[in-house]
Design a protein around this ligand. Structure first.
Ligand code: NDP
Length: 798
């Protein structure tokens, strides 16, 4: 007879499969053939094309899905358009009641959702049951609250209208919840396309909404392939696009929507670092790695797929990790005792295998556990690469599978440099027992989420989203809500008239006084805190409305822009300058501008032909606006969220980095200040193109900035032809965001060209603000664009 210790060692897991019966019955009830959900009805056109969806663990066909064509996209968008005013008019409480009904229904049907998701996707039932579906319900409950508070807390906003949403296959229902809940709470209506591999839970969700009595047309669900997604994204009557998926498709969408005045949020790929310091609790960290890269078979946008270990503990960590990998269980996803299920599709299996082979070919060492991985179905074993070069393909590309690449570092600085050595910036996980160390590192890592001594934590109250090529926008929390709203005044703004600014005419008489010419003052560029001559050696005249030349400014070119961006990039210390100091500098700038107020007013009169009183008002408003952002500099703080787990999530408002700003012609001093001041108040460095027609108010500010202690490189000014210079800035990979105010064509150009490095854009789509009006010209709207929110999750307790 064996003793307890022997039993403990020899004991094996028995099979514990979840019954697929109810999910199969649900499929059978629909004859395993689904239409699409439009305007509260299930459309099954006779001439439709259907495609199969199958269980990736077995290859067994599950159902046939309709490939929605453009005609159906039109119908769905039209239905959403008709339903939107009524849905918004229901008011916050009315919408909250529907969201509450949906949240309750998800809980009632949670096991059916979990089983169906596992059948369709291949992820373990343990995850769908304990993570995906509870988070879906949590997301709806959280947004019941936002709907309820909309009318009071967000009363200055309006819904954006009809929202087109395209989601991936890795968390099918969860991604749907992340998109649907805030959109509905805010008063929008929806056309959503799930991924072709995993549409079933979206269809069950539509049925649940139908049963909950959601008004017709508020939610429309279209199955289909990529081209269905493209038709939704490009539809003229879609007002906002929200996408989660690959950076490649995100880039296509950025270009496709350019100039369509569509709001856009993109949640894209990642190659997130998982950093272990030598003072970390190594056993916990190893368990963290399991969660980071083998959760959902590594098919997670924020997977901790790059392991960075401090050199002196690398060997022991790798040993522990290999030992742990030997105990991972892979198998039937419906079995409650397995750790890993299957990849989503043979296509994905092939993609992962190809990248792993590339890693081996490039010289890295591959290690996989000794147990046999199932050969039927899309199973892929947990895999670990060592001897990885930081620049190699497997260290840079998103593998999107259960493959971990490991590298070492010596110092915290080296860890930060390695962590940031990627085009992505979605998440990071940092393991150390030193609170000082992790809180020093968190702000230095370019990522939207940093998990301290934990990983893959999500909550509806905490915004989630990326930096850099991981996309822009946040899902969850107040940031997620504002992504589905726009300031109410914007809908009523007038459009710029075409050709509003006639090109300057050269050759008119210059101002003269007392028979002698005035002492020539030709402003140069303002780059890195110095006045520098234009590279091209050309100047352009600045004309008054009557055609008099009131001055000349430098004609900036591509080289000047590059120099300015370089200077801005170098001035990175501004972001970590104390907010108090930034506030003081803004107040001091206001003080120095006020001291020279009458000179600035004279300039405005001479350039624009406005009255003296109007000019003085513009100067006074500019001084006041500088005060406003001096005030905000140390007040637009982040917040601390309390997710349901024993953690706090510190939501920090971080500077975006280098922002390009193109200013309009009207109110040339005030519009310049209105755009520059919020950006620098929040710690950004900027390259700004002042009014093309009347740039002298901006060039007169060089001395004001100099005497106000604005550090060199924080504000860089390049004068010249706005759209030619804007093009260079939009294409520049070191520019992280672009604010463009000008005619409509410029907005299109900036959005399209920004797709290169996926910079965040804020454009006016040809709409004209009244800069004297504080609602249009200042406040939180500007500050929101001047920051990106980073959530730092910190656990507490032993
Ligand atoms: P995609 O980005 O292609 O797909 C995401 C969604 O977009 C799907 O619904 C897809 O439809 C749809 N889609 C595809 N093309 C377009 C288009 N031109 N316009 C609008 N919608 C479109 O991801 P894949 O599923 O092809 O996966 C490829 C790779 O992307 C993965 O290996 C992984 O690296 C990455 N990925 C990253 C995710 C993330 O969360 N960061 C999520 C999923 C994938 P359909 O399903 O019919 O193709």
């Amino acid at each position: 007879m064996s003793n307890v210790a022997e039993i403990f060692k020899s004991m094996d897991y028995g099979p514990a499969p979840e019954g697929a019966g109810p999910a199969k019955e649900w499929l059978a009830k629909h004859d395993a053939k689904f239409g699409v959900f439009i305007d509260g009805h299930w459309a099954k056109p006779k001439d439709g094309r259907w495609f199969p969806t199958s269980n990736p663990a077995t290859g067994e066909p599950l159902a046939e899905l309709l490939d929605a064509d453009e005609g159906l996209v039109d119908q769905a968008v039209a239905a959403a358009g008709r339903a939107q005013p009524g849905w918004a008019a229901l008011g916050g409480h009315g919408r909250a009641r529907y969201l509450y009904a949906i949240a309750r229904a998800i809980q009632r049907h949670s096991r059916l959702f979990a089983t169906l998701e596992t059948l369709d996707n291949g992820k373990p039932i343990r995850e769908t049951r304990d993570i995906d579906i509870p988070l879906v319900a949590r997301h709806f409950y959280h947004h019941v609250g936002w709907a309820q508070l909309c009318d009071t807390e967000l009363s200055d906003f309006a819904p954006v209208g009809v929202v087109g949403q395209v989601i991936p296959w890795n968390f099918p229902l969860l991604m749907m919840a992340w998109k649907v809940a805030p959109a509905l709470a805010a008063g929008n209506t929806i056309v959503i396309k799930p991924a072709e591999f995993t549409s079933l839970t979206a269809l069950l969700f539509a049925e649940v909404c139908e049963q909950a009595g959601l008004p017709k047309g508020v939610l429309n669900v279209l199955t289909g392939e990529g081209k269905t997604g493209a038709a939704i994204v490009g539809h003229a009557d879609v007002d906002k696009v929200a996408f989660t998926g690959s950076t490649e498709v995100g880039r296509i969408i950025r270009k496709q929507t350019a100039g369509q005045a569509k709001h856009l949020t993109l949640e894209l790929g990642g190659k997130s670092p998982f950093i272990i310091f030598n003072d970390a609790d190594l056993d916990s960290a190893v368990e963290g790695v399991v969660n980071a890269i083998w959760f959902n078979q590594g098919q997670v946008c924020c997977a901790g797929s790059r392991l960075l270990v401090q050199e002196d503990i690398a060997e022991v960590v790798i040993q522990k990790l290999r030992a742990r990998m030997e105990t991972l269980r892979i198998g039937n996803p419906l079995d409650k005792c397995i750790d890993m299920g299957t990849l989503v599709d043979p296509v994905q299996h092939q993609a992962v295998s190809t990248l792993v082979q590339q890693g081996v070919d490039e010289g890295a060492t591959l290690w996989q556990p000794s147990w046999a991985c199932p050969t039927e179905g899309c199973f892929y074993p947990p895999s670990l690469f060592t001897d990885v070069q930081p620049a190699s393909t497997i260290a840079q590309e998103e593998i999107f599978g259960p493959v971990l690449v490991s590298m070492t570092f010596r110092t915290p600085d080296e860890a930060v440099a390695l962590a940031n050595n990627t085009k992505y910036g979605l998440a990071a996980s940092v393991w150390s027992e030193s609170v000082n160390l992790v809180l020093d590192l968190a702000p230095r890592i370019k990522a939207g989420v940093v998990w301290v001594n934990c990983t893959n934590q999500f909550d509806a109250a905490c915004g989630f989203g990326g930096y850099r090529e991981s996309g822009f926008g946040r899902e969850g929390g107040i940031e997620g809500m504002t992504a589905y709203l726009e300031p109410a005044f914007i809908a009523d703004l007038p459009q710029y008239e075409v050709d509003e600014a006639p090109p300057p005419r050269a050759g008119a008489a210059t101002e003269q006084g007392g028979g002698l010419p005035t002492i020539d003052r030709t402003p140069k560029m303002y780059i890195g805190g110095k006045q520098s001559r234009p590279d091209g050696g050309y100047s352009r005249p600045v004309l008054s409305p009557s055609g008099t030349v009131v001055g000349e400014v430098a004609e900036g070119n591509r080289k000047d822009i590059r120099n300015a961006v370089e200077a801005a990039a170098k001035a990175s210390g501004w972001g970590s300058t104390a907010a108090h100091t930034r506030a003081q500098i803004l107040y001091f700038t206001a003080e120095n501008l006020a001291a020279r107020g009458s000179e600035f007013a004279d300039r405005l009169v001479a350039m624009t032909g406005c009255s003296r009183a109007e000019a003085q008002r513009e100067v006074d408003a500019s001084v006041e606006r500088l005060f406003t952002y001096g005030a905000w500099a140390d007040k637009y703080d982040g917040s601390v969220h309390s997710p349901p787990s024993r953690q706090v999530a510190i939501a920090m408002n971080e500077a975006v980095g280098v922002i390009a700003v193109a200013c309009p012609d009207e109110s040339p001093l005030l519009s310049f200040i209105s755009l520059v001041a919020p950006a620098i108040a929040m710690g950004n460095r900027i390259v700004v193109i002042p009014s093309e027609r009347w740039p002298l108010s901006a060039t007169d500010l060089y001395q004001v900035f100099d005497t106000s202690d604005v550090p060199g490189g924080v504000v860089n000014i390049v004068t010249g032809e706005r759209d030619a210079l804007a093009k260079v800035l939009a294409e520049h990979d070191q520019v992280e965001a672009f604010w463009y105010v000008g005619p409509k064509a410029g907005s299109e150009m900036v959005e399209r060209l920004s797709a290169g490095n996926m910079k965040r854009t804020w454009v006016n789509n040809g709409k004209k603000r009244d800069w004297m009006d504080k609602t249009h010209g200042e406040g939180r709207e500007y500050l929101r664009h001047a920051v990106q929110v980073k959530n730092v999750w910190v656990p507490y307790g032993e």
